[in-house]
Design a protein around this ligand. Structure first.
Ligand code: SF4
Length: 208
């Protein structure tokens, strides 16, 4: 069996935690991507496997998830994410948070860089396994990279500016595109509009 191959679907009690352990084992062994700090930011601290909301962001940041091993923690994007969750009335502990790419992409000067399509493709099997394990009815993407990563798994028509904070059917779940909490995203959608998006997300979840 290849490292990326999931074990046969199990149904016994406790199967999900075991399959999560298998996933973590395979992720930790993976150094498939070049130009990465191989921080492998996935583990029990990402959130509960039975979460109602699965958040998929971009990649661990050099000063955040790459240090803590937990996505959207410690850095500025994490602080903004926490503030947005509060606006939506969502507790971090009720959310499973992961990234399209589980390691920290770095440029030649050691700074964060956006993940390449190749990075996303190499990490896709791990995202597929995470989606299979965390059967959350709401999948919230943060940023275009995450939205594209889901499209590569199963096509959808969601467009970030058009469908921000709107539920789009996807594989029997509600896919809700949001902007990335990094400050740079305010170049594309002003802060006030993003805050309104997160309030709308909270309303959406309250209806469901
Ligand atoms: S980003 Fe994903 S595929 Fe690339 S080295 Fe890390 S775990 Fe492996």
């Amino acid at each position: 069996m290849m490292p990326h191959d999931p074990p046969a679907r199990a149904t016994a009690p406790g199967a999900a935690p075991r399959r999560f352990e298998w996933l973590l084992r395979d992720v930790r062994a993976c150094v498939a991507c070049p130009a990465m700090a191989h921080c492998h930011a996935i583990g029990p601290a990402n959130g509960p496997l039975d979460a109602r909301i699965l958040v998929v962001a971009e990649a661990p940041g050099r000063l955040g998830g790459a240090v803590t091993g937990v996505p959207l923690t410690r850095d500025v994007a994490a602080q903004r994410f926490a503030a947005f969750l509060a606006l939506a009335g969502i507790e971090r502990g009720e959310v499973f948070v992961t990234n399209a790419v589980l390691c920290n992409p770095l440029d030649a000067r050691g700074r964060n860089r956006p993940p390449t399509r190749g990075d996303c493709a190499r990490c896709r099997p791990f995202l597929v396994r995470t989606l299979d394990l965390v059967r959350a009815p709401y999948v919230v993407t943060c940023g275009r990279v995450a939205l594209d990563a889901l499209r590569a798994i199963s096509t959808h028509e969601a467009d970030l500016p058009r469908e921000a904070a709107t539920a789009v059917p996807w594989r029997g779940r509600a896919l809700v595109p949001m902007y990335h909490p990094g400050r740079q995203s305010t170049l594309h959608r002003p802060q006030g509009a993003q805050e309104q998006d997160w309030r709308r997300l909270g309303e959406l979840l309250a209806q469901g």
